[in-house]
Write a protein that binds this ligand. Structure first.
Ligand SMILES: O=C(O)C1=C[C@@H](OP(=O)(O)O)[C@@H](O)[C@H](O)C1
Ligand SMILES: C=C(OP(=O)(O)O)C(=O)O
Length: 425
């Protein structure tokens, strides 16, 4: 297996243009497909998760053209449900393709088989399947109950009322919300229990609005959507930079001497992960926001004890930033790290311990107590892009770090290590 050894570095300096947001890219691709009119999408992310969505759209007969090395996409909207009467779709490990497509394919008439990488078949989808079944869809598990692969025999989504559990993934609610306007009648979606990763619902509602659909959000406990609507293409739409991808560079500057300005994401962003910069500021970094940029500079970092349910992806960056703080850091309310690309609570704890630091892995929290010197380690990345990226920060310690399978960043950030190397010394 390929591995990459980096560091030790003492400086991180420069300007970084952050590639497009994964969450926005896949939402916009789907809504542009369903919308009336042609949409030109710019700054689209070019990464594995987006490729899986685009390949699926191709198989479903959607017409689009890619330009600018895959960062511009012109899509001919269908002005209604997907028309293909069948499809065998491989969604890799892309939650933002698997979950929304499962709901969207229920809108028309056809038979579809949805599957992915082995890990995708271990990531739960039962809450979404239950909700869709209660709206009249014939959807069944082709492997283990509650997990993909799925077979869908669709004949439209009825309106009415549906309940969906919110405690495992917000992507289930996102999936139903994006399909709801094309249901046969008005739909009230009730959220059962806690809703995790709430800011991603704001991304969903914001994108739906850009495509002409308003949702009545009743305090994130119920959502009322009018049925029989058609999404309208906004014509041209630009994808913001990915706030989770920005976190690694902001953290690098906060830890090392130097200053980094990330462009493409800032105080105007709709992505909850921009709040990562507030956590860095709370730890002691110097953070400045502009509407479309964020700048970070080193400060004396102190450990924090915080609920990070609202920034589950960027919270992984805090776990390795914690190595450079005074005192322990506890990241709380992150149970669903366990059902993402890997069991992230187990994986982060296991790899952090290899550096010689004291780590407590709780059922839904992690506590990292930094050590004065770190041991050199070869970090296993579990086919999880974020483990590879957040452990690159270890290169600012007394030792180099080896990242096994660095190519796994291709899920959301294929150029990560090139950009990282361009700003460090
Ligand atoms: O809706 C989205 O775009 C996402 C929601 C989050 O997942 P959960 O809602 O499963 O926490 C996040 O971790 C994922 O990377 C992207
Ligand atoms: C959890 C993630 O991905 P997915 O969209 O597949 O859920 C992630 O990117 O950290």
């Amino acid at each position: 297996m390929h591995s990459l050894t980096i560091g030790p570095f003492t400086k991180a300096n420069g300007d970084i243009q952050i590639p497009g947001s994964k969450s926005l890219s896949n939402r916009i691709l789907l809504l542009a497909t369903l919308a009336k009119g042609t949409t030109k999408i710019t700054n689209l992310l070019d990464s594995d998760d987006i490729k899986r969505m685009l390949e699926s759209l191709t198989k479903l007969g959607v017409n689009y053209q890619l330009e600018d090395q895959g960062t511009t996409c012109v899509i001919e909207g269908l002005g209604g449900p997907i028309q293909a009467d069948h499809g065998d779709l491989f969604l890799g490990n892309a939650g933002t393709a698997m979950r929304p497509l499962t709901a969207a394919l229920c809108l028309g008439q056809g038979e579809y088989y949805l599957h992915g990488e082995p890990r995708m078949h271990e990531r739960p989808i039962g809450d979404l399947v239950d909700a869709l079944s209660s709206l009249g869809v014939n959807i069944c598990y082709e492997g283990e109950t509650n997990y993909p692969p799925l077979r869908i025999k669709s004949n439209g989504l009825s309106g009415g009322e549906v309940s969906i559990k919110g405690n495992i993934s917000s992507q289930f609610l996102t999936a139903i919300l994006m399909s709801a306007p094309m249901a046969q009648g008005d739909l009230t979606i009730k959220v059962e229990g806690e809703l995790v990763s709430k800011p991603y619902i704001d991304i969903t509602l914001h994108t739906m609005k850009q495509f002409g659909v308003e949702v009545d959000n009743q305090d994130y406990q119920a959502f009322v959507v009018k049925g029989q609507q058609t999404y309208q293409s906004p014509g041209e739409i630009m994808v913001e930079g990915d706030a989770s991808s920005a976190s690694y560079f902001l953290a690098a500057a906060a830890i090392a001497g130097g200053k980094i300005k990330v462009h493409g994401v800032g105080s105007d962003s709709v992505q909850g992960d921009v709040k990562f910069a507030d956590v860095l500021a709370q730890m002691g970094a110097k953070i400045t926001y502009g509407p479309t940029w964020i700048e970070a500079e080193r400060g004396q970092l102190n450990g924090v004890d915080l609920d990070m349910n609202h920034i589950p992806d960027a919270a992984m960056t805090i776990a390795t930033t914690a190595l450079f703080a005074q005192g322990p850091t506890t990241i709380r309310n992150i149970y669903n790290w366990r059902v993402k690309e890997t069991d992230r609570l187990y994986a982060m704890a296991t790899e952090l311990k290899k550096l010689g630091v004291d780590v407590i892995e709780g059922e839904d929290f992690i506590k990292v107590t930094p050590a004065t010197t770190l041991q050199h380690a070869a970090i296993d990345t579990y086919n999880d892009h974020r483990i590879a990226m957040c452990f690159s920060l270890v290169a600012f310690s007394n030792t180099a770090v080896t990242i096994n399978d660095p190519g796994c960043t291709s899920k959301t950030f294929p150029t990560y290590f090139d950009l990282f190397n361009s700003v460090v010394r």
